[in-house]
Design a protein around this ligand. Structure first.
Ligand SMILES: [Ca+2]
Ligand SMILES: [Ca+2]
Length: 469
């Protein structure tokens, strides 16, 4: 067990753990184990970054030390957790884990406030495990706040990052009736007590509504499209969809092959949260089967209602993205302030912007998140404009206002192809430009942010970063 800071298994009272930085631990940053006499402990203002679990809580040691009395269950503790930064750098790390060892009822481990639950690659960042009942639950911060009435002043990362980038898309989306423009034909599921209806009030110009509250046949409803589509062993796929609901819940999603119908196997199994906030979910998997099958969405009758739209399953080529190119921890372990050189524009979790350098006071640390260059430019942090990546400036104005026109420098007079990618490498804009055309309109739905625009003319290709304001 590799914990950065461990509350011992004997007796801890009135202990303050404050303003520490803990990083790179193979288990937890801080492990707050409790005994039956644990009292008055506080975990405040710590920075926990890139540990497998940032903050781990348990009542495992209730069996140990003074006061230990069978059956060792304590319903609540008065431990305080406030002002901590809990930063999960990869999709497999957690912001908080709680192990509830001795009772069927959940333990209240104390008071939680003003923490930052940052998990840009997976917003299901809070995990509770009851060893007594074996129940496991995973929460977004919003659901944890709603159901536990804790952490009401706490925040989560505004970012949703992907761990891969698409370098090529093969063919067109094979999912039938994927946008539900006028009906939900071609979709069905089991058990038949679930109601599938066409809804025009959520998501994009028509979507599918699932309503499943009658569990006479099964507690779980599985939604699929009826026409089978193929996957090939060893190929990568990108599954995308939009989802929203009127309540908190989850869908288990993936691709179910015909050869997998009798069992629990599926390709690319994932869990995606739904709630009142729209999610545009994207994930990737490498198929282990060559088969025909369907995209599959399963939910329980206690979380029975959701709206679904824009279902895609594209065969793609992908590359892995390094999460440390977008997130970093700087630590000053010296007794004097120090300056650190930065590559480009970065922000701290409180919104402070740093361009080119950051200065840390003695014995402090900071978590920084990469920002588009435009963030520093438009706030005047840096006077000079950042240059495009390795190419001539072929687009202007840059930055450009959303929805306005963009000038292209004259080409050789041939037809050109313009492609726009997000900084994650996702293709969001593709347009063929006739010879001689030098002004093009930005797609109306291209939102503010940084993009890479690639212009191909014959066998020449130039690319440039474009900031949309
Ligand atoms: Ca509490
Ligand atoms: Ca639609």
């Amino acid at each position: 067990m590799c914990h950065g800071i461990y509350f011992g298994n004997y007796s801890n009272k009135n202990t303050l753990v404050q303003r520490n930085t803990v990083t790179n631990c193979s288990v937890s940053g801080i492990h707050v184990d409790h005994t039956m006499v644990s009292s008055g402990n506080q975990i405040k203002d710590n920075i926990l970054f890139n540990n497998l679990i940032q903050l781990s809580l348990s009542d495992y040691s209730n069996y140990n030390g003074p006061g230990a009395t069978a059956p060792y269950y304590v319903p609540s503790f008065n431990t305080v957790y406030s002002g901590n930064i809990l930063y999960a750098v990869t999709k497999d790390q957690l912001c908080m884990q709680q192990l509830h060892v001795y009772g069927a009822n959940w333990v209240d481990f104390g008071t939680f406030s003003n923490n930052m639950y940052y998990a840009p690659y997976n917003d299901r960042s809070i995990f509770l495990h009851n060893h007594n009942t074996t129940e496991q639950r995973t929460f977004t911060l919003e659901r944890w706040q709603s159901e536990w009435n804790e952490d009401l002043g706490s925040t989560r990362s505004p970012l949703h990052l992907e761990d891969k980038a698409v370098t090529e898309i093969f063919g067109t989306n094979p999912v039938p009736n994927s946008t539900f423009a006028s009906n939900v034909n071609g979709w069905g599921g089991w058990p038949t007590q679930a109601l599938l209806t066409h809804d025009q009030t959520h998501l994009d110009a028509g979507c599918l509504k699932v309503d499943f509250s009658n569990n006479a046949s099964s507690n779980v409803f599985t939604l699929k499209h009826n026409t089978l589509i193929p996957v090939q062993n060893g190929q990568w796929y990108r599954m995308k969809f939009s989802i929203v609901s009127t309540l908190f819940g989850e869908v288990e999603v993936g691709f179910k092959g015909q050869t997998q119908l009798a069992g629990l196997e599926m390709e690319g199994r994932n869990h995606v949260t739904f709630d009142t906030g729209r999610r545009d979910a994207t994930f990737y998997f490498q198929s282990t089967i060559s088969d025909q099958g369907s995209c599959s969405f399963a939910n329980t009758y206690t979380e029975g209602t959701y709206f679904l739209d824009n279902v895609q399953l594209d065969r793609v080529s992908v590359i892995d993205l390094d999460p440390f190119e977008k997130q970093q921890l700087l630590i000053n372990d010296q007794g004097v302030s120090q300056s650190y050189t930065l590559d480009g524009c970065w922000s701290d979790l409180h919104g402070g912007l740093y361009n080119g350098a950051v200065t840390l006071p003695a014995y402090t640390s900071v978590v920084l998140v990469k920002e588009p260059e435009g963030s520093c430019m438009t706030t005047g942090v840096e006077a000079s404009e950042a240059q495009a990546d390795g190419s001539s400036n072929s687009l202007y104005p840059n930055p450009v206002s959303r929805g306005s026109e963009l000038n292209l420098l004259p080409g050789a007079g041939a037809q050109r192809m313009v492609r726009g990618f997000t900084m994650n490498g996702e293709l969001v804009w593709e347009e063929r430009i006739d010879a001689g055309i030098r002004v093009i309109g930005l797609p109306a739905d291209l939102g503010p942010g940084a993009y890479v625009v690639q212009i191909t003319e014959g066998d020449r290709r130039a690319q440039q970063r474009l900031i949309v304001l």
